[in-house]
Every structure is written in C-alpha cells, then in structure tokens.
Write a protein that binds this ligand. Sequence first.
Ligand code: DAH
Length: 340
Amino acid sequence: MALQEFLQELDQLVTEAKSSFSDAADMDALEASRIEFLGAKNGRLKSAQKMMGGIDKPDKPEAGKTFNATKQAIEAAFEEASERLASGGGGDVDSTFDASLPGSAFRIGRLHPITQTIEELKDIMGRLGFSVADGPEIEDIRHNFEALNIPNEHPARDPLDNFYLATAGLGDDVLPQWLMRSQTSTVQIRVMETTPPPVRIISLGRVYRPDTADATHYPMFHQMEGLWIDENVTMSDLKTVLRLFATSYLGGDVSIRFRPSFFPFTEPSVEADYYWNDQWIEFGGAGMVDPNVLKEVGYDPEEVTGFAFGLGVERLCMRRHGVTDIREFYKNDVRFLEQF
Ligand code: DAH
C-alpha cells in the first residue's frame, strides 16, 4: 500500500472521529462512536493499524509516527467529548454553556423611605418613653369624629373632605357610619377606651383625604399621633417632647414655637413650628386634650391631664432629604427609591 494513501486514510479518520464524538448528544451515543473508532477488535483505528503491514519498508517509520499521532488525536477528542457530557453539556445547544461565567445577580430590595422614616420615628419616640399603638384604617364616625369632640354639624365632617364608605340602599337620611380615617387621632380614643391612665403612646399610619394630588398633597399620607396622659402633664412637657423629638430627627439644637390654633379635641390648641436651617417650618397640630374627650373615654379630667399632637410623616421626610414633591414617594420609580 502506498504511503500517501495510508496517510490520507489516517487524516480522514481523525476528521470523522472528531465530528462523531462532538455530535454525540449523550453517553450512549458517545460509547457507540468510541466502539466504532477506538474499539479494540474491529475499531477503525485498529483496521488502520493492520494496514501498516502492507506499507513498504522504507516508509514504515513515517507511517508509524503518523499512526501514533492519529491515535492520540482521536483519543483526545474522545476525552474532550466525555468531559463535555459529564459536566452536563448535551448536544449543540449546550456546547455554548460556560460554567465559568458569573451568575445573574439578585437585586436586593430596601425599605420604602416612608417606612424607614416611620421606623426611625418609633425609635426616637421609644427612647422618650412612648410605646406604639395601632388602629384600623377603616373607622367608624365615633372614633374619627364624635369621641374627638367633632359634632355632626362640624365642617371637618363634610362629605367632600372625607372618604365615606357607601351607604347605598340605606336611604337618603341615613348618615354614613364608616370612612377611611382622616386622622390618626382616632387611635387616641381607641387606646384610652381600653387602657386606664397613665398612657404614653404614639401611633403611625395612613390617613385618607380627597385632596387633589400636587407637590404637597396626596389623597393618602401618613401621620404620627402622640398622646401623653398622666397626673400633672402640662404644655411645657409637650414643648419639651416636641423639641427633643425634632432635635433627634433633624440633628442640631432645634427650637420650637407655638402659635394659637383650634382643634375640637384639644384646649388650648396650637400649631407647632420648628426652627431649622434659618427658617420656621410648620411641624403639626397639638394641644392639651379637651376635658370632653377625656370624659368620653371615661377618664376624670380632674384627676389627669395630657397633651396630644399630630404630625405629617411625609413632610418630615421631605424636609430632611430635600424632596420637593410628595408624589415622588408613590410613583414607585426605583431611580427615586434607590436613593434612600
Ligand atoms: N388630627 C389633626 C389633623 O389631622 C392633627 C392634630 C392636631 C392631632 C392636634 C392632634 C392634636 O393630636 O392635638 O390635622
């Protein structure tokens, strides 16, 4: 047999074996290919080896050398294919699998800025001895108005200023009995109804008012309500608590001032402002709990007194972080939310 012909035969064998091994989609297919090419009895490599007997003597060294190289190449191709299948790579599709590529990263969430603010406010007020109380967002008119000394004819009860729940089918003269609470002052009543004095609580949560959304209004927002009832609690305690609170939340020594105001559930009532970054900023409403409210919950106004206050949570958070539009909190735009 001519040397040239033999070398061509070996060359062909390598090409065919490589493509057969790399096409193998599973271990069974690969084993069949192995037997075809590398089988010890009738494998094609074995047949090629037999052909060497017919090569002219002077050409034998070269034929032997090439045969050895061919054998190594085919065995290497087999090893490669079996490693591919062992590591989970199947046919063509999986041959693109690269186990060394980094995996896809999970995005780690974070708390909403208002939730973060609420947690911080609880923390600060907790250090001042206030515990946290909770109340329902769907309220009855007794807790939202009546027990808070807000009688039926009071303008705060106007249907245009409240989200009353439907009274359909009850008749025109039936007053709505339920609403989405318009203030967290409701929780004052719920706590005093069920707890004898003294009480020192805050309550943080959502309130609802049918305001058109703009930079400073939103139909749902959060308030922090505070209530401290005990013997001899005075307005100066109120001022001290608000000042310590503002100092902790905003940092630095923050002053507080009171302006006379009116709320049905406090007497006297004030609007509290704090002085920060060279200006007076509205804090919220406050005052000494009206004796009518104390009586309503079964407390004796001759025995105990107390103060209450209500602050907007969004407003505090906006000041602290320089947010100028309340609507940003509720767009769920991660580019905004990610900054907190
Ligand atoms: N509830 C009032 C509001 O929503 C805020 C408020 C004022 C709460 C005076 C109080 C208070 O506890 O004493 O505007």
